[in-house]
Design a protein around this ligand. Sequence first.
Ligand SMILES: Nc1ncnc2c1ncn2[C@@H]1O[C@H](COP(=O)(O)OP(=O)(O)OP(=O)(O)O)[C@@H](O)[C@H]1O
Ligand SMILES: [Mg+2]
Length: 262
Amino acid sequence: MERIVGQADAKRAVAIALRNRWRRKQLPENFKTEVIPKNILMIGPTGCGKTEIARHLAKLSQAPFIKVEATKFTEVGFHGRDVDQIIRDLLDVSINLTKKRKTELMREEDLPSAPNTATSTLITSSSLQAARSTRASRELQGRLPIRVELQGLTEDDMYRILTEPITNMIRQQVELLSTEGVELVFEDDAVREIARMAALLNKTVENIGARRLHTVVERIVEELSFQAPEMEDGAVITVTKDLVKERVSDMLVESDLSRFIL
Ligand SMILES: Nc1ncnc2c1ncn2[C@@H]1O[C@H](COP(=O)(O)OP(=O)(O)OP(=O)(O)O)[C@@H](O)[C@H]1O
Ligand SMILES: [Mg+2]
């Protein structure tokens, strides 16, 4: 899980769930069906890695992955039936998905033919945080016995997210431009500035977690990305702290955010 920065509790919970899935498979046939996989509820602010963890786990375990928007259920007011409906929808989609996937990886025994044989389903939600004490939340928790809380991301987390995962955002940009014969170099100072600005924008404007990094990085490379096809082969472009400051302040002025920041 090197691609997910921090969130140790959540990573630990899904690692245990994944291991238990394997353990369950080792059990004798008649015992296996009695051991019901435990579902996990992840609670935390938007953009802090909940979906990313679930997606990555699904990939690791070659399980079908679906994302269900639970908000529409909450908006109309939550009733017990709606929670059942979410679970049924999840199950329906995962059965269909699994049936469709006639790969060797998915053997007969993995087909979620009944709730108690379904592979672990992860439900992640930030909206539940606001609805912590509601009946809906309690009902979901009853069905999702493992509950983990994820933390909001700090400036340091932002820096790590930019640099540590193998396919991190900075590297993605570098690789993309290399296809044009352009070498993009991010100075460390510049990366730190991106992290600082992202954290600052999250604090002052709206906290959208690591999604903020995408918008900031996009803004910084936008012009370079546009010009790249016209650049000389072997051109080297260095992104400095000053360039980051310049691009981000342009962005702030345009979006009328300057009054918050500048
Ligand atoms: N802890 C983290 N480590 C690495 N990348 C992260 C982390 N948190 C978020 N990201 C990145 O930010 C983006 C949004 O994250 P994700 O979709 O997991 O958010 P979420 O917690 O599910 O938010 P929401 O509650 O809005 O669904 C993804 O591109 C993800 O890679
Ligand atoms: Mg999500």
